[in-house]
Design a protein around this ligand. Sequence first.
Ligand SMILES: *[C@@H]1O[C@H](CO)[C@@H](O)[C@H](O)[C@H]1NC(C)=O
Ligand SMILES: *[C@@H]1O[C@H](CO)[C@@H](O)[C@H](O)[C@H]1NC(C)=O
Ligand SMILES: *[C@@H]1O[C@H](CO)[C@@H](O)[C@H](O)[C@H]1NC(C)=O
Ligand SMILES: *[C@@H]1O[C@H](CO)[C@@H](O)[C@H](O)[C@H]1NC(C)=O
Ligand SMILES: *[C@@H]1O[C@H](CO)[C@@H](O)[C@H](O)[C@H]1NC(C)=O
Ligand SMILES: *[C@@H]1O[C@H](CO)[C@@H](O)[C@H](O)[C@H]1NC(C)=O
Length: 886
Amino acid sequence: MKTFVVLCSVFLIVNAKNIDLTSSENVFWTFMNKNNTIRGNATVPGGVYSDLQHNGFIGDILSEDNDVRTRWVAYDSWAYTAKFHVSRDDLAARVQHLVFEGLDTTAFITLNQDEPIGTADNMFVRYVYDIKDKLKEGENELKVSFLSPVAAADMRSSKFFAAPTCVPSVYNGECHVNQLRKMQASFSWDWGPAFPSVGIWKPVYIELYNGAIIRSVTTHTNKVGTDWKLDIKVYLETSQKITQVAGVLSASLQVEGKQTIKMWTHVDAMSQADGTHVVEITMNISENKIRLWWPNGYGDQPLYELNVLWTPDEYQHELSHKSLKVGFRTVQLIESDASEIFGNDTAGKGLTFYFKINDHPLFMKGSNWIPSHILPEVGESQRDVVDALLTSAHDAHMGMLRVWGGGVYESDHFYDKCDQLGILIWQDFLFACAMYPTDPAFISTVQEEIEQNVLRLQHHPSIAVWAGNNENEVALRGNWYDTMPSFEKYKADYIKLYVDTIKPIVEDLDPGRRYLVSSPSNGLESEREGYIAMNPYDPHYGDTHYYNYLADNWNMMTYPKTRFASEYGFQSLPSLKTMRTATKKEEDFSLQSEFSKHRQHSPNGYSFIRTQMESRMKLDENDPKYFEKFVFYSQISQAMAIKAETEVYRQDQANWYTMGALYWQLNDVWQAPSWSGIEYGGNWKMLHYFAMSFFSPVLVSPRLLPSDDIDVYLLNDRFVPIIDDKITVDFYNWSSPAPISTKQYSANADPLSSKLQKDIKINFSEYKKEEVFVKFTLQAAGINSPPNYVFPVPLKSAKGLRKPNIQITVSSTVMRRQQELLEYLINIRVDTVVLFLWMETDVKGYFENNGIIVTEPQSVVKFISTKDQVTPQDLQKSIKIQYYVN
Ligand SMILES: *[C@@H]1O[C@H](CO)[C@@H](O)[C@H](O)[C@H]1NC(C)=O
Ligand SMILES: *[C@@H]1O[C@H](CO)[C@@H](O)[C@H](O)[C@H]1NC(C)=O
Ligand SMILES: *[C@@H]1O[C@H](CO)[C@@H](O)[C@H](O)[C@H]1NC(C)=O
Ligand SMILES: *[C@@H]1O[C@H](CO)[C@@H](O)[C@H](O)[C@H]1NC(C)=O
Ligand SMILES: *[C@@H]1O[C@H](CO)[C@@H](O)[C@H](O)[C@H]1NC(C)=O
Ligand SMILES: *[C@@H]1O[C@H](CO)[C@@H](O)[C@H](O)[C@H]1NC(C)=O
């Protein structure tokens, strides 16, 4: 193979012909159940719950207990039929492939008079069927028949059972989802309802061509000296019958200064038996022609467009083209002997576990992503919802999200957006909280799934690491599903699936990224211990998931020292406003209502939330607003607990001890108590507002010790040090919005560090602990750092906290022209300290801060409105407030 370098040119692109089979004027889809008693027009891509909703057979699936009421849908079988036209010219093409980008899940496909085309059983796989000689001129009929996923799972389970037997009964879920390569959460989860969907959830089309097409492109970036080596691998595909692949492959990359690097190569080769052929082009790019890609908060996210074009020798009009965006960055996961940093004591036990991005160890701040909708076709298509969630994560300074293993490989749009926003992705493979079967058919479809999805996602600079599964190592070691009697069998299955099957595929297609066998795991140490470590939760190794609902979660001493916290969290209830989108019945707004019981999947009901709340706050069950306050206090409790835990992890980043804090969970799929910071529908809970502050790049972070002394850390996630700036420590009486004492200290921190401020010595010896609290602020030019607080006693014991008088007025608006946003100033006047001042409005937009600790008589908060333009007076009238008082 020869390669040539050419300079800039523009090309005109005409792709090989596709017949698009998504719903349109020309392609008409209908659906029906098994006995043809329910039928209607269908939308493809789509799914049966969406179609039944559009046709009026069922109502809003997320309303009341409709998850259970509509369960008959999942027990029936459904067929989708399309009529479309094919011309005589179309039939002349040498290759005629029917392509389904996604079939959910167990399906068989027929064409014209029930001629069988093929079967499908993995919703994460692209199915390509050869239909040459099966298409006819004129009208054709395509039919896709789906088995009930519940029945399909049950059938497989009777042959290939793998624990658990079923989900807990409070989930109102279905059993054996681990038998199907389907979104695992679609049979229910502790935060979500069961909607065992079926449908053609991604595009479907017929490819007609004579030569070959580009199916996938991967890009591998390596820094060699002062150059970047960009290794482009192009996966060509042709019919299995055609083995000669001949043509010109060209690649062009737009770099800085409007320059384009273009290379091409002539290919004349025999394809592999499956009709594929891989061509490699390597570009040398001088480092000054590109800028580095950085995670959110550490720099920009420059992306460079790469165009790859295939021109077959014989059919030169038949071009195949792919365009993607490349980012240049390095990611390393450093697992090295911790004693080299911490010495041979407890801290130095085990291995480090941190990400080095562009050679800098960076603390990963973020959360866990669950599907943006319980119906996969909706999650795939609702770009505005994905954008809003990812933008919310970005605005809260998150630099990493973990795409959790019980969901889906997200849409291309999702990863494109993460590339743009600088949100690194920890990508689980889609196995979660179960043992999995390893029969040959299962292993074979998993191989296809892993290969296709790694090839699709590999080029995204946002993807940082792959993980084989969610919690399956710890589930087996911890005997979660009574697997102990068959431990050796399940361990062998585990190794067969994640180590012998998945690992080599990932490492072959994507040698640049670390593949962790499980999440959480002890990383290298789990591998050394034969993949099922004695204690996969060992905090000295790898990542950990930590949940503790019984300890005092506002107390920072509760939390363990760990290398990387990839899950931790606490439940709260969604706002009444969000709950009202699920029920209109006033009697549902009580903890004892059937609605409240139905939506809470924890076998312990609301008791953990109540225990947490009551250890810190006072709430009388006879209060006429008990439920409303319970909701509000649950959000305070959650926000304060996760704030405390997150700050502990950030404080422990000194010497890269703890290097990640991804709380569980960013988003929600329905209106129910859950661990989320953002409610279904997009409303931010208090937690998400708090995340903007506890993830702030620069933060004064105090830790109240059991001795009542306060350690003060200065967290600095920037590349520049903080030298001799000022930390102000104010003591406040609960009863007065003015400090009773103020002291200033010198503030210092290295770049990318957490630094204990040894000069700051604070205790309560001069005060009565019940009467005071402490506020910490940083004064440093050019740094926006939020205030932080220590409440020395539980709020229910605070003396002097009283019912405030609060005046809210909204004044002039400012236009932020570039983004066409409207900014309102909310003026807050108070006569005493106000805790967790919470503002709500029906006007579309968001508060720049909420759940505020008000310590000054007058303060201002901005409200940024995106769409509705209301007068300041109308906004003022619409604002409802809540706060905490004993
Ligand atoms: C058709 O199937 C549905 C669901 O399986 C069932 O409830 C109904 O009784 C059947 N109707 C007839 C006419 O067979
Ligand atoms: C389905 O679509 C056809 C053609 O647009 C229309 O005539 C028919 O009324 C639709 N049926 C239903 C049940 O909406
Ligand atoms: C890339 O650059 C290196 C040295 O900088 C050189 O050895 C190599 O031949 C170059 N490769 C190509 C394809 O130009
Ligand atoms: C810690 O102990 C091990 C063996 O016990 C030794 O190899 C290592 O060098 C020691 N590390 C330090 C920093 O002393
Ligand atoms: C409390 O702090 C002051 C300094 O602010 C110090 O002089 C005093 O010894 C401390 N008391 C205790 C009990 O630690
Ligand atoms: C703080 O409040 C208490 C009553 O709650 C009062 O006795 C005390 O004098 C106040 N201290 C100051 C410094 O204002």
